[in-house]
Ligand binder design. Structure first.
Ligand SMILES: [Zn+2]
Length: 356
């Protein structure tokens, strides 16, 4: 297969397997004049829909994308599985939209529950960054459970919405929400190091987290320290392979899971912005914080060589931070990468395999 190139959503419909960028911005800041919404990606194989991450604006973008045979009204009855890369709010803030509005938009009578997979409990609090410089150390938020994983996260969200849920079930005879979603923490394989404050990306192989008759999804730990677990995902489809980096700094595990993929969707950070914010000429320079941000993200200069090492055909930049940097800056990521570079835009699509 040739290196996939960007298509309109309409054009992409000729392909059985397609990727639709619903939102392409990193967060959580509200970027001035940005045309990008929060990070979210859809993968479709035939009518089946899979989603990764629910950044700000996910719902309206999903509707605009027209994914599903007749748009949103039947949009979610084709949803097979959804995945969260990590528990940062810019990836999860519109997840409740899926859970709660599902009822009103196609979930009634779902033939099978929608699988929801995301990272489990971190297991330990992260260290306090630059504690020596802080006048006061932060109190732990909800000390009884300070780092919940996917199942607990969802359970507590739904608890908070109990008034609505009980009303809909009693007054509108809506199906029990527990039948619509099947929520799981992604369990790390036996023997993989799980010391969140030690090495967050131990040497490991991608491991299977989901499979149906159309796709197989594998995951690997990537370096978004101190966030743990933070995953990249690989979707193996009948028409080719798609990898989503999640949030990560340069890391060997990412190269491993992305090896030979047709499309690598990779996060990217513009260090010009970080420099303006924290560099030597910034109003409040902070070299430590600058290094801290760089460790957890991949710069424009770093992303090309990372994709080259993995030997991917098409590198698509997404989760762009800041969300309002000009396109010319992102295009510099071509340096060190011999494949096709695409600067992702909201509602851009790709087709894999041969068009019908
Ligand atoms: Zn993040």
């Amino acid at each position: 297969m040739n290196a996939p190139s960007p298509l309109s959503i309409e054009e992409s419909r000729r392909y059985r397997t397609r990727v639709v960028l619903l939102g392409t911005s990193g967060g959580p800041p509200w970027w001035d004049n940005a045309t990008r919404t929060g990070i979210s990606t859809a993968i479709c194989v035939g009518d089946a829909v899979y989603l990764v991450d629910f950044g700000e604006g996910w719902g309206p973008q999903f509707r605009k994308s027209g994914i599903g045979p007749s748009g949103f009204q039947r949009g979610i009855d084709n949803m097979r599985a959804v995945f969260l890369t990590h528990h940062h709010s810019d990836h999860t803030v519109d997840y409740p939209n899926l859970l709660l509005l599902a009822w009103h938009n196609g979930s009634d009578g779902l033939k099978r529950p929608i699988r929801v997979l995301g990272p489990g409990d971190r297991g330990a609090l992260p260290p306090i960054f630059a504690a020596e410089k802080r006048e006061e150390l932060p109190e732990v938020w909800t000390p009884e459970s300070p780092t919940p994983g996917m199942e607990e996260f969802t359970r507590k969200l739904l608890q908070a919405y109990a008034t609505d849920i009980n009303d809909r079930m009693r007054d509108n005879a809506k199906q029990d929400l527990r039948e619509i979603f099947e929520i799981s923490d992604i369990e790390l394989p036996e023997g993989v190091g799980d010391d969140p404050n030690g090495d967050p990306t131990p040497e490991m192989e991608p491991f299977e987290i989901y499979r149906d008759e159309l796709v197989r999804v594998t995951a690997i730990l990537v370096d978004h320290r101190p966030v743990f677990p933070a995953f990249a995902f690989r979707f193996e489809t009948p028409d080719g392979d798609i990898v989503i980096s999640g949030d990560t700094g340069v890391c060997e595990n990412l190269v491993k899971i992305a090896r030979g993929a047709d499309i690598l969707l990779h996060e990217c950070i513009d260090m010009t912005w970080v420099d303006e914010l924290l560099g030597p000429n910034a109003p409040r320079p902070d070299e430590n914080l600058l290094q801290h941000m760089l460790a957890a993200h991949t710069s424009i200069e770093e992303v090309g060589p990372q994709a080259e090492a993995a030997g991917v055909k098409t590198l698509v930049l997404t989760h762009l931070a800041p969300g309002n940097s000009p396109r010319e800056r992102w295009e510099r990521a071509q340096e060190g990468f011999s494949g096709r570079l695409v600067v992702g835009e909201d509602l851009m699509a790709f087709g894999l395999g041969e068009p019908a």
